[in-house]
Ligand binder design. Structure first.
Ligand code: HEM
Ligand code: SF4
Ligand code: SF4
Length: 682
């Protein structure tokens, strides 16, 4: 049975191809998701700086400052705000699709673990940035976010007192938490930027800018979306009421309904479990790594081309260790080398024209020695006949080759097409081994080893060392990611001058007959794809409401903060007890620090809603005993009883309050207890 990864890979293959046709391979967004992530980050950063200039960080003034920004300057502040929101949503979507795609293509296992593992904090930081951002608006969504986040954080042993208490009512509300959120909303994106930089540290020439044309159309779609569906606030936050229905942003807040359904602890367990599973994926199941590249010192002149071409920063030049007159030599870092072979293709000594019957290039993959490749080419090509003989250099990820293409051909496989030294193509023609050469690799711009296809193109074009000699007829070479191989194949027999092969935009043309879409169709397809993505973004960002409370329900919130009395009263020490103590420990009275826990019960219409015991905080249980819980209850008249024991008594309670109250739908009814004040409610 095919694995989920297999299906995912097939799905991404189809999507990649569709996008390559609609956008052309150079603009294909699926092939530059990381670069688009950077692009969206910059849009969020620039628009965020603009918003911050007009934002008032005081909790009472925040809402008005954002409202006035949206309404008083719709073409500047309003658009900036919408760009800020939609680009943030886009960043989540891109990061998630990028994650799934890298998993599907298996570009995260073994030696390639680094980008994956550093990607996970990126995901967390994107969420922290977005969630704190929603908090700052201080509308009903912010109120929901604040209360639910507090509930979630209170499960963790991070804070001495439940932070939910900060959001029970307007009186409890303080600027303190709000200032912390403003700080976090700036610190998290800065940290995100740092991790984005770390994320690409093992990638030489990492692509952090999308193709310019793609950048324009993507920004244009964001702008169009911002104008068509401007981002707005929901109603002003009101802690006296519970917003029953909220327009959630499903990009950032999909876990929040879970907090309500499962509770904070289970939500953390699910999130932690998912993160742990993702973190283990690069090593699960374990795969055997192929041997890494090996430098042959007698053949290495220290030119450094391999260092420049390695896509994974696995090579460096170090001081010479073998006494040769060259200053440096290439050194492989086995922990980074993914055995792609691209360094072999870059080495000037990797040439089949060398006279020795066996030879070594300066750097080689032990499992694909070049001398064996040359010998096999010579032997196998000897059995080809006619004048349409083909040599196909195929990368391990090129996929199955069409039967018509394979006729009268020799196939030489290698881990990546970038491993092919251009001199091998020259060799095939110079020794009359073939009439045509096909390079079969990954789809255009989608090289699995990142740079193999690009370096190959540049070497053939003569833009990169080692280049293909000018004498080689370029028209006799076709590349699967660029040319129509069918047309190329058909043109081979007997044709003295090879026609220039038709180009196939999709690039996966390992079988004949792929055609380029007309421009009108491409533009229409692009518009449809971008329009669909924009529409989905608008829908998920604010148009799919979430009902957190039934229409005829209200909320009872129980919030207690109490300093109980010590378990044992202070008692004076006798002279004899004093004498037994060390001089520096002597004090006239002994006061054990431990205090009584609180046991709380909440009853509604004679039925128990809650019972729990809470220890005082502190290492010696000598701090404040706190608890905070919220309960959705039917609205209407009902009797409420709340009881608390805060002494050593076996039965009964020290504090009780009861009454019949009439709850309005959506009302936030708060029962509080403060030491000295007893139970208060409203
Ligand atoms: C802010 C979000 C992110 C940004 C901006 C970003 C950016 C990038 C960039 C620029 C590359 C290099 C592409 C190239 O030139 O080949 C890359 C590669 C990669 N990223 Fe991300 N990334 C993000 C999130 C993630 C996440 C969440 C994961 C997964 C946990 C992830 C996993 C990877 C992997 C596995 C690679 C490829 C490694 C390889 O080719 O060996 N990234 N990312
Ligand atoms: S095989 Fe690939 S990863 Fe290893 S050193 Fe050569 S180019 Fe770098
Ligand atoms: S390209 Fe070849 S010769 Fe040059 S440093 Fe690398 S291994 Fe040595």
């Amino acid at each position: 049975m095919a694995s989920p990864r297999h299906w995912l890979r097939a799905a991404f293959g189809a999507l990649d191809e569709l996008c390559s046709r609609a956008f052309t391979p150079a603009w294909n967004p699926m092939l530059q998701l990381g670069a688009l992530g950077w692009f969206f980050f910059w849009i969020v950063a620039v628009s965020g700086i603009y918003l911050y200039v007009f934002f008032d960080t005081g909790i009472t003034r925040a809402y008005d400052s954002i409202e006035s920004l949206t309404n008083a300057q719709p073409w500047a502040g309003g658009v900036m705000r919408s760009l800020h929101r939609y680009a943030s949503d886009g960043l989540v979507a891109i990061a998630v699709v990028h994650l799934v795609r890298e998993f599907a293509l298996d570009r995260m296992r073994g030696k390639r673990w680094f980008a994956w593992i550093t990607g996970l904090p990126l995901l967390a930081l994107i969420y922290v940035s977005g969630i704190t951002g929603y908090w700052l608006v201080w509308d009903t969504l912010a109120q929901y976010v604040a209360q639910t986040t507090a509930e979630l954080l209170d499960v963790l042993p991070l804070f001495g007192e439940p932070i939910s208490r900060n959001f029970v009512n307007e009186v409890a509300l303080s600027d303190r938490f709000f200032t912390l959120m403003s700080f976090l909303h700036i610190a998290a994106p800065l940290l995100l930027l740092l991790f984005m930089w770390i994320h690409i540290q093992r990638h030489a020439d990492a692509r952090i800018q999308p193709a310019r044309g793609l950048g324009f159309v993507v920004f244009g779609s964001l702008l169009a979306l911002s104008l068509a569906v401007p981002a707005v606030s929901q109603a002003r936050a009101n802690l006296g009421a519970v917003p029953a229905v909220i327009d959630l942003d499903w990009f950032y807040l999909p876990a929040y309904p879970l907090v309500q359904a499962w509770g904070g602890a289970a939500t953390w367990q699910a999130l932690g479990g998912a993160l742990l599973l993702l973190g283990l994926l690069p090593w699960f199941p374990r795969s055997k790594a192929p041997p890494v590249a090996r430098v042959s010192l007698p053949d290495c002149n220290g030119c450094g081309r391999c260092v420049e071409d390695c896509p994974f920063g696995a090579l460096s030049l170090e001081a010479r260790s073998d006494g040769q007159s060259y200053a440096v030599e290439a050194v492989v870092d086995p922990d980074r080398c993914v055995s792609c072979g691209i360094c072999v293709g870059s080495c000037p000594t990797a040439t089949p024209f060398r006279s020795a019957s066996t030879f070594n290039a300066g750097i080689e993959l032990p499992q694909v020695p070049l001398a064996a490749l040359r010998d096999e080419l010579k032997t196998s090509c000897a059995s080809l006949t006619g004048n349409d003989r083909l040599v196909i250099f195929a990368c391990a990820h090129a996929g199955p080759l069409d039967e018509a293409l394979r006729r009268n051909s020799v196939i030489a496989r290698m881990p990546c097409i970038g491993m092919l030294p251009p001199s091998f193509i020259d060799f095939a023609f110079a020794r009359r081994l073939a009439d045509g050469v096909v390079l079969a690799g990954c789809p255009a711009n989608a090289c699995r080893e990142r740079l193999g296809q690009r370096w190959t193109e540049e070497r053939i074009a003569g833009d990169r060392d080692p280049w293909l000699r000018a004498r080689v007829p370029r028209g006799r070479i076709a590349a699967s990611w660029r040319d129509d191989l069918g047309a190329f194949r058909r043109a081979l027999p007997g044709s003295p001058a090879f026609p220039v092969a038709a180009k196939s935009p999709a690039g996966t043309a390992l079988s004949p007959g792929r055609s380029r879409w007309p421009a009108v169709l491409r533009v229409a397809a692009m518009a449809i794809v971008l329009g669909l993505i924009s529409g989905m973004t608008a829908l998920l960002a604010a148009e799919l409401p979430w009902r957190q409370l039934g229409a005829s329900e209200s909320v009872v919130r129980l919030s207690i903060r109490h300093v109980t009395s010590p378990k044992v009263a202070c008692k004076p020490l006798t002279p004899q007890q004093l004498a037994e103590l060390k001089p520096n420990m002597r004090r006239p009275v002994d006061c054990p620090r431990e205090r009584w826990p609180i046991t709380v019960e909440l009853e509604r219409d004679g039925r128990l809603l809650y019972r729990g015991t809470h220890e005082p905080s502190g290492l010696w249980n000598d701090g404040v005993a706190t608890m905070h819980r919220a309960f959705a209850v039917p609205a209407g008249p009902q009797s409420i009883v709340v009881r608390m024991r805060d002494s050593g008594r076996e039965a009964g309670f020290d504090h009780v309050r009861s009454d019949t109250i009439d709850l309005q739908p959506g009302q936030n009814f708060v029962i509080e207890f403060e030491t000295g004040a007893g139970f208060t409610w409203n």
